[in-house]
Write a protein of this length. Structure first.
Length: 214
């Protein structure tokens, strides 16, 4: 991973709380209580312009930044030789794998994301309280954002997160078919298609806090 990538993703963390306080209107800031947590990341599937919707049962959560513990595409053969166990200890799944914007194979997020409330941000000027409801009788989960924020508003723009699964039989979708020259992706550029694979692109939301009780 390039040093600039690590720095950029973490640069905002040092001033996150100060940024939060200064960017929320004083009357509102006096009313909300936020418990800061170690930064987490949500992988969300939703229309960019939506402020609420359903389908949160398809969303995942990275409790730690998957970038620094990822494996470069060029080291995929070494990952295979290691029994599909990454140096950081997570297991690679040939039938369900993820790429970031730099060409790193990432650990998959945890599915499904738990129902609850999460303070999310795009890492810049936008903040919202994301509510994910409990599953209904069919297992569907609704979600909503506060302050008229959309998924696009709270998506961390520099991040890309693509999930690859086989179009056909098991093992037919492999990182070895990914075009390494496509990385790093340019701003707004979609992750590449990979031969033999279905691709889903997820928005990445930064979670920096949870509501405090009382």
């Amino acid at each position: 991973m390039k040093p600039t990538f690590n720095f950029t993703r973490r640069q905002w963390l040092a001033s996150a709380f100060g940024f939060l306080v200064s960017s929320i209107a004083a009357p509102l800031a006096a009313q909300i209580k936020i418990r800061r947590i170690q930064t987490q990341y949500i992988a969300a599937l939703a229309p960019e312009g939506a402020t609420s919707g359903t389908g949160a049962e398809t969303w995942g959560l990275w409790k730690v930044d998957p970038g620094p513990i990822g494996v470069w595409l060029r080291f995929y053969q070494a990952l295979q030789k290691a029994g599909n166990i990454a140096p950081a200890g997570w297991r690679f799944d040939i039938d369900d794998w993820w790429l970031d914007e730099n060409g790193l194979i990432m650990k998959a997020p945890e599915f499904p994301i738990l129902a609850g409330q999460y303070y999310v941000t795009n890492g810049e000027e936008n903040i919202s309280l994301l509510t994910i409801e409990k599953p209904d009788a069919e297992g569907k989960q609704s979600w909503s954002l506060t302050d008229d924020k959309t998924i696009g508003d709270v998506t961390h723009g520099p991040c890309r997160s693509a999930r690859y699964t086989p179009e056909g039989e098991s093992g037919s979708c492999s990182p070895k078919y990914a075009n390494r020259s496509a990385f790093p992706l340019k701003p707004g550029e979609a992750p590449p298609l990979v031969s033999g694979c279905n691709r889903k692109s997820y928005a990445v939301l930064i979670v920096f806090g949870l509501p405090m009780a009382g």
